[in-house]
Design a binder for this molecule. Structure first.
Ligand code: AMP
Ligand code: MG
Length: 402
């Protein structure tokens, strides 16, 4: 049995960023990683622009000005603003020649003779975004390796990038195993339970940025397992739930071996999730498929996915290796004797004095509802289990969408 860190090293050692593809720089690129620098080809804004509705003025002039023109966003000023003059201007319109500031409409009075009085003394540049203030031609706006979030997608649109080069999005095929498992829409008979893991793991794959593929439920017999795994092996990553422990029908490791999957990890020192399996299936013209066998108890499956599959997905997507783990103080005293490092469902809360973490009530690896009440996993070290309030523990954040 190896430690979590060691197992993760083995997994990541088999992961390489997927080949570079060109995609629409639109919502479909969300979460993908740029494979090249994004370089600005046009200053933004392309002209000095008014940030307010009001009057474009020369800041050093006396208060009252003659209005010479009106410019809406999308129009180009035809007149330059001379001494004692002003141009009525709207947000987003180019600042006319001669003007150096914009007086907001609310702080002006229109006089009976048609002139305008500006109520405040403004400094040059007030309410004006200078040309190129956001970005200049030639700037590297995003470096290769940047993950695309909605903000980046908006900036790329502003830069006129219709497509971008990114690392591909990995596919994750999920196979649930077990004779006792029935579909979500079925009424479980005696001894049967519904397939929680299938949908949960597909959702975890989607959250991690991968494309989820539902393969279905494999029965605990060799031919059926083979058929389902064979279908799943078309994906970059295969995730099996169940069938990897020491039970009589835990057939997955043997079936995988017979299909040419090389086992690299089997059993990890952790709770929940000890029987974790990881292997690779070499393929002729593509990188090897990564195969994870997660123990079937729902919380074990969930935790193993977050600890091992999610980082693998991140690496395939070309993201720099990192950790979503933070240190936080226990909000309450905890009594939890355990023989293995334990990832306990918890709730991480920001407080004025830094993060605090509170364990949520949890009945163990079958208690998915308990897990769902949290937003994090707190790592409890093995031992007698007395953790006083304020003890600093490692916390894995789960609800990070970016
Ligand atoms: P296994 O790892 O196959 O021995 O399964 C361990 C436990 O997890 C058993 O109690 C299973 O009934 C349960 N289990 C396995 N697969 C699923 C699933 N897809 N959804 C919910 N529970 C499951
Ligand atoms: Mg089973």
């Amino acid at each position: 049995m190896i430690a979590v860190e060691e197992a993760l090293k083995v997994v990541l050692g088999k992961c390489a960023p997927l080949p570079v593809v060109s995609v629409d720089a639109a919502a479909v690129s969300l979460g993908l990683t740029l494979a090249e620098d994004a370089v600005c080809t046009l200053d933004s804004p392309p002209f000095a622009k008014s940030m307010m509705d009001g009057y474009a003025i020369r800041s050093s002039d006396p208060a009252e000005r003659t209005v010479i023109e009106e410019v809406l966003a999308g129009q180009t000023p035809r007149k330059s603003v001379g001494p004692g003059e002003a141009t009525r201007i709207m947000t987003g319109a180019p600042l006319p020649e001669g003007a150096d500031a914009v007086a907001v409409i609310e702080r002006t009075d229109l006089l009976s003779d048609g002139r305008v009085r500006v109520l405040d003394r403004l400094s040059a540049g007030k309410n004006v975004l200078p040309r190129g203030a956001e970005m200049m031609r030639g700037d590297v706006v995003f470096k290769a390796g940047t993950r695309l979030r909605p903000g980046e997608i908006g900036v790329l649109a502003g830069m006129g990038k219709a497509t971008v080069s990114v690392h591909g999005r990995p596919s994750v095929a999920v196979v649930s195993t077990g004779d006792e498992i029935v579909e979500v829409w079925e009424q479980p008979g005696p001894g049967q339970i519904r397939n929680s893991n299938g949908r949960m793991l597909l959702a975890q794959a989607a959250r991690a940025g991968a494309t989820p593929r539902a393969i279905g439920i494999a029965r605990d017999n060799e031919p059926h397992l083979r058929t389902m795994i064979d279908e799943a092996l078309a994906a970059d990553i295969v995730v099996l739930s169940g069938g990897v422990s020491a039970g009589k029908v835990d057939l997955a490791p043997a079936v995988l071996a017979s299909m040419g999957v090389e086992q690299l990890v089997n059993h990890v020192r952790m709770k929940p999730g000890k029987p974790l399996y990881f292997g690779v299936k070499p393929r002729a013209s593509r990188p090897a498929a990564l195969v994870f066998g997660l123990p079937g108890n729902p919380v074990s499956s969930y935790v193993c996915f977050e600890l091992f599959v999610r980082p693998a997905i991140a690496k395939l997507m070309g993201r720099p290796e990192g950790s979503c783990s933070v240190d936080a103080a226990l909000a309450d005293e905890v009594q939890y004797p355990t023989d293995r490092p334990t990832y306990h469902p918890a709730r991480l809360e920001a407080s004025a004095h830094g993060g605090a973490v509170r364990l949520v009530p949890w009945l163990g690896s079958a208690d998915l509802r308990g897990l769902a009440a949290g937003n994090a996993l707190a790592l409890l070290t093995p031992g007698e289990g007395a953790h006083p309030r304020g003890t600093m523990v490692k916390v894995l954040q789960l609800d990070d969408f970016n």
